[in-house]
Design a protein around this ligand. Sequence first.
Ligand code: FUL
Length: 693
Amino acid sequence: MKNRILLGIIVLFIISCTQVLPPEPVQPLPTQRQLRWHDMEFYAFVHFNMNTFTDREWGLGGESPGLFNPTELDCRQWARVCKEAGMKGIILTAKHHDGFCLWPSEYTEHSVKNSPWKNGKGDVVRELADACKEYGLKLGLYLSPWDRNSALYGTPEYITYYRNQLTELMTNYGDVFEVWFDGANGGTGYYGGANEERKIDRKTYYDWKNTRKIVRDLQPMACMFSDAGPDIRWVGNEEGWAMKTNWSPIRRDEFYPGSPNYKELRSGHEDGTHWVPAEVDVSIRPGWFYHKSEDHKVKTLPQLLDIYYNSIGRNASLLINFPVDRRGLIHENDVKQILKLAKAIKADFALNLAKNKNVVATNIRGNSKKYGPQNITDNNNDTYWATDDGVIKASVTIDFGEPTEFNRFLVQEDIRLGQRVKKFTVDALVDGNWKEIASETTIGRKRILRFPNVTATKVRLSIIDSKACPVISNVEIFKAPKIIVEPQIIRNQAGEVSIKGFDDGLDIYYTLDGTTPSLSSAKYVKPFLLAHKAILKAIVVDPESQKISPVSVARFDVSKEKWKIAGDFKGEERAGLIFDGDENTAWTVRNKPPVDFVIDLGKTLNIKGFTYLPDQGKWNPGIIFNYEFYVSRNGRNWGTPVSKGEFSNIKNSPLWQKKEFKAKKGRYIKLRAVSPAIENGRVGMAEFGVITE
Ligand code: FUL
């Protein structure tokens, strides 16, 4: 009898469990194809093509195939680096806007088959497809819709040509996970020798519906990327970030490749009609293609970490580009940086402090264990915590059981049921009091929050607003080690020095006498005035681990407080950018050289040299090559130059330049740009300084 009652209870319990229905999905929903893509999360772009050999970002289309000749092309090296970096696939620019094809397309002569590389017998797409297979990576392909080589571009025949090429790529290289349709389109070009401007109607020309059908038919699991999807959308910038509020749905019909409302792609639409998640595409260097001049401009670890957290941590995927060099290899500087990032990510997410910890919720769907809060710490993304229908405001509290220090909070919705959460907060129980750590908006597939270290016994996630009952599949909590890199030192025009470490909660020590700073040197607390000449050296120290960064060194001459632009550009507002201490801002002019940059130093100084940092800009930097430098007491009589010559190799290496000469007294200085380093009609500078006796 007893047994029968027990059995009855068990049966009733099972029935009651199975009777609680899962939440109704909130439309729109991701497809299977998109769900697979979401799991890729982090993968590589490779820009390698004709531009690599012509030092351009956009080729005009008339380049000779004879120029394409990598000396050591090795797609296995690309794959090895990407694999080691934790990336899951590689997307290759099979054809960029200049029309050159990295595979021997049957439909054009403008391809590798007419290049000296492997005597025209090579196929980069094939080599990459094979390398990806060997390393367990997925292959993606970029086929530029714009083709500045093709004589057909602009006519209906070009669409047939484009589709034939798409068909070749979708047929001959095995499974493709993503096809990249670029939005840049229409303009001047070679066009088979016509050398003219051609414009197309971006909305109708490609008959996208039927063009896309080729991909759907031949590669049903491939996701298609463009401003308008259909599967994945551009994030509306090429800098490496999504907005904190980031909805995967968008009102897709309002976009087309190259549409002007692209900024909305940065955060999607709460009332989006289609699931079109964002992909953050960014290059590890300023340019997409390889330029020797950018060898020293590979993104730093702090920059790469910001990109990681501002993309993957904001409900987007991350596509980092390697501008493969003329050898056909990922450059060693780029390899070094991407592996630093991989190591840092590994360290940040090494130990999930929430795993298997006790969790309680203010509401559980149907009081069923199936939807219980323990599902968020069970290390299984297929289970989730959900509330009763109509219960939007609800929270889960994770109990560490003891005071625990952390600085990262990761949360995921089960997107198979749609993106729901509109607003949430995270609180921590610190010394018996609840303290808000974060107040945020959307979650989506993955949201990762960074904040200064907190020591707490419990952490609470509260859903404040949601489209329907929340469905949370995972929460993870970490204590990421501090990033100890050399601090950034800036002195502005007023002479105020600020020193910044990458992470919060770090100590900074500095010296002004040229000695190496240590823990007993002056401690930096806030910006200070430094009007005189000095060598400032600074370090960052993690007070907890005592780890010390490499030393940053800044050599300052007299402060530029009284400096003013004189001469032809007197009163020019933007000119102040060359004394603002910020290497990322520049002032350039479009005047034809010789161009005279005259500065009134505000007082007479004994000048024995000058320093010049060329424009660090990505597009069309104004860089001076041949120069003359003058010093004058009154700004009228200049005499002969105290220094003249060239900034050797400045185009390839636009670093700080320093010229010294026999000291001369004067209040006015003039840098004459005699010739530019790049014939782009611009000369200018990022920063300028003098060296005094
Ligand atoms: C842009 C292109 O114009 C760039 O050259 C690069 O390929 C980038 C990924 O997309 O729209």
